[in-house]
Design a binder for this molecule. Structure first.
Ligand SMILES: [Zn+2]
Length: 482
């Protein structure tokens, strides 16, 4: 039975609101193991739709799926110096198996570069074997001290793409291609606008040459890193001796990339669109896109209404619309509305005896307001058009919100005021100094989210560092982040 108490509002306490949206929509729950998350069917359905869409995009860009083991020999992690430094503190290590102490401890993968490149060393001999384009859907473990459902959990689900190329240019092209795939997915499926660009060295993936990122702004004006794509250069190839014979006959190390998104995206989706009534889910990723609620009092009304509702359901299924008929007895329509709103179903159809007599249904939208009486004939294309419009308006609204919370050319004082107050994206000049970056983080908790790609940069390039006033080497976007 649904909890009938109103949610904490976003205004009152964003973090409490977030947890309540997840609980009310039954998306996930805390597990008996600290920091681990149980993804409940309603949450997993969203992840499955994300997975399906992304998997198609990966395959359309030439990638194949494979699966590598969960356990990695501990010594593998140490082979790439930066990599071990970055990941060692948060690894889980297995020391015993079958009642015996293991000869070499096994790390539960925090990411799979090391084991994958150890295999690539066996599989790649010649330039003819390149590019090698593999993706894996898997779980990974990072021993997090402070966890939050979907955003940061000790174990999470993700995909990790790992590719090998003959030239640095090919690897860079792949890195940027997959960043673009992520951006397209986030905009077109999640209706979530993102900034893309390069990370500074201090925010770079451990062992990468360059890291690129998609950054979104949540409704509380904190940034969320939604996906990353790394050009690994030849760092891992050297560590794992992944060599190939070039076309000219010499021997060279391959160039690698890796890229990933995780169940964190479900958290991003919640914080981008949801409101004080609960989850708002873009139609393209919704478990149920349409719910039908029959309304009746007498038994004869019930029979008539359910028959019509079932006919509508079948018609929508035939049109590839994900529809659920909520025929539960002993529950008032109002209670059903409330429950489906909290679960973020985009469209609700109410069917009562008078609707059946008139050959109509009542349409209620989860966002964008208003109810409309629609004819039962031609319902499927009409609802498909409604969903397209909702998908677009969610993206437009999120984009407008982000731009309203973005400030360009702020002074140091304004910057401090914004980071201590409302938050948001601040664009400004950056001197390129890691010390300056660290001082800003120390003083304001804001970090450089990206050195933005050309299309996001300000019309006039900043000339001075927003913090130290030294000459600017690049425009940067700062925010406090999840
Ligand atoms: Zn500076």
């Amino acid at each position: 039975m649904a909890d009938s108490k109103a949610l904490t509002t976003r205004e009152q306490d964003f973090s409490a609101w977030y947890n309540e949206v997840i609980a009310r929509a039954e998306l996930a729950d805390y597990s008996p193991v600290r920091g681990c998350m149980v993804i409940r069917p309603n949450g997993y359905a969203i992840w499955e739709h994300m997975q399906r869409a992304l998997d198609r995009m990966f395959k359309d860009t030439g990638h194949q799926n494979a699966y590598f083991p969960l356990f990695i020999p501990q010594s593998f992690l140490s082979r790439e110096a930066e990599h071990v430094e970055g990941f060692a503190p948060e690894t889980a290590v297995v020391t015993h198996g079958g009642g015996k102490e293991l000869e070499e401890p096994l790390v539960v993968r925090p990411t799979s570069e090391t084991i994958i490149y150890a295999m690539y060393a066996k599989w790649i001999q010649s330039y003819r074997d390149l590019p090698l384009l593999i993706n894996q859907w898997a779980n990974v473990v990072r021993w997090e001290m402070r966890t939050r459902l979907f955003l940061r959990t000790t174990e999470f689900l993700w995909q990790e793409g790992h590719t090998a190329h003959a030239t640095e240019a090919d690897a860079e092209e792949e890195t940027l291609r997959m960043l673009g795939v992520y951006r397209t997915f986030m905009e077109e499926w999640m209706a979530m606008p993102v900034l893309t660009g390069r990370k500074t060295d201090s925010e770079r993936f451990a062992g990468a040459l360059r890291t690129y990122s998609c950054e979104a702004l949540m409704q509380d004006n904190r940034a969320l890193q939604a996906g990353t794509s790394h050009n690994l250069g030849q760092n891992f190839a050297r560590a794992f001796e992944v060599t190939f014979q070039t076309e000219e006959g010499s021997l060279d190390f391959v160039w690698n990339t890796s890229w990933g998104v995780s169940t964190r995206l479900v958290g991003a989706l919640i914080m981008t669109h949801s409101d004080d009534k609960g989850l708002v889910c873009p139609p393209r990723l919704a478990q149920w896109q349409v719910v039908i609620v029959p309304i009746y009092r007498t038994d004869s009304e019930r029979a008539t209404v359910l028959e019509a509702a079932e006919r509508i359901r079948r018609e929508l299924v035939a049109a590839d619309i994900r529809v659920h008929l909520d025929a539960r007895d002993g529950m008032k329509p109002g209670a059903k509305y409330y429950e489906w709103e909290a679960r973020g179903v985009p469209l609700r159809l109410e069917v009562g005896p008078r609707d059946v007599a008139a050959g109509t249904v009542m349409l209620a939208r989860r966002t964008g307001g208003g109810k409309d009486s629609l004819p039962m004939t031609g319902l499927a294309p009409r609802l498909a058009a409604e969903m397209d419009a909702m998908q677009r308006s969610l993206l437009d609204a999120a984009l407008a919100r982000r731009e309203a919370a973005s400030v360009r050319g702020a002074s140091k004082e304004q910057f401090i005021e914004i980071m201590e107050g409302a938050g948001g994206f601040v664009y400004g000049g950056f001197c390129g100094s890691a010390a300056c970056e660290a001082e800003i983080k120390e003083r304001t908790k804001a970090t450089i989210r990206v050195l933005p790609d050309a299309e996001f940069r300000s019309p006039v390039a900043p000339t001075h560092c927003l913090w130290c006033n030294g000459p600017s080497v690049s425009e940067a976007v700062w925010a406090k982040a999840y």
